[in-house]
Ligand binder design. Structure first.
Ligand code: NAD
Length: 260
């Protein structure tokens, strides 16, 4: 078991990549705090973990509230005594040109995708330091490394989280706290469907995107969960400050289209 006796917090764990990662961490022995605003999905994640004899509890909370983050971290330590792993995965996308984006929309995207990581790391690091180290994993995107059409607030948040990751890897290295950033490509989750649209139009969008993916397939949340497991476990003990891209090869080339 790669995470035996480890205590892990996973945000956005009610759905998609977060749920798959919470399950993967628990099957490797971690006790998992499932954090999300979605009650039904969060409870479902915990039930799935318990059905496999794992341990989890659901904390329904908004990751953008410092008061709630502080309370959740305090309760985790009161319950399980320590924190070894923090996966800042909760995120949202906004598909809208910059001129049509309201100030409130901009702030909302940046709050969930960027500020939430600042808050969680701020409150978790003292406990990791006391415990002798830890692993923090932030969630970027292929949009952490290249631009993307029609999603300026999202891309700004994902670019920023990549450099926040590198900076904190420097700040916390001597505390043996590793900080990395997982950058998913096209992954089949509710967020992807929201980004690319539903129905036949959504399917056409996905096919068009996949024509640019060398591996030619849409990734599963479990594919990302395996990469997350690697980055929070001792398998990656020498790795900190990286953006780990899992995208089926999408950003390997400036131009690539299997129809050519
Ligand atoms: P998802 O929509 O399936 O899951 C996101 C979860 O975050 C949801 O359960 C949602 O309730 C939760 N969440 C949103 N706002 C919250 C808040 N304020 N407080 C607490 N929880 C909140 O999406 P996903 O595709 O699994 O995305 C996970 C991460 O992966 C995101 O950061 C996303 O940007 C990133 N990502 C996804 C893709 C993709 O193709 N799916 C690509 C690149 C990056």
């Amino acid at each position: 078991m790669k995470l035996r006796a480890k205590i892990a917090i996973v945000t956005g764990a009610a759905s998609g990549i977060g749920q798959a990662s919470a399950l993967a961490f628990a099957s490797e022995g971690a006790k998992v705090v499932v954090v999300d605003v979605d009650k039904r999905g969060g409870e479902e994640t915990c039930e799935k973990i318990r059905a496999r004899d794992g341990e989890a509890f659901f904390d329904r909370m908004d990751v953008t509230s410092e008061a709630e983050v502080s309370r959740m971290v305090g309760e985790t330590v009161a319950r399980w005594g320590r924190i070894d792993i923090l996966f800042n995965n909760a995120g949202i996308v906004l598909v809208k040109p910059l001129e049509e984006t309201t100030e409130a929309e901009w702030d909302h995207v940046l709050s969930i995708n960027l500020k939430a990581a600042f808050l969680a790391i701020k409150h978790v690091v003292p406990h990791m330091r006391r415990g002798g180290g830890g692993a923090i994993l932030n969630t970027g995107s292929i949009a952490s490394t290249v631009g993307q059409l029609n999603t300026p607030a999202y891309v700004a948040s994902k670019g920023a989280i990549a450099l926040l990751t590198k900076s904190l890897a420097l700040d916390y290295g001597r505390d043996q706290i590793r900080v990395n950033c997982l950058c998913p490509g096209i992954t089949d989750t509710p967020m992807l469907r929201e980004h690319l649209g539903g129905g036949p139009e959504g399917e056409a969008n996905i096919r068009r995107r996949l024509s640019r993916v060398p591996l030619g397939k849409i990734l599963k949340p479990e594919d990302l969960a395996q990469a997350a497991l690697y980055l929070v476990s001792d398998d990656s003990v020498g790795i900190t400050g990286i953006t780990h891209v899992v995208d089926g090869g999408l950003i390997a080339a400036a131009e690539y289209d299997v129809r050519i």
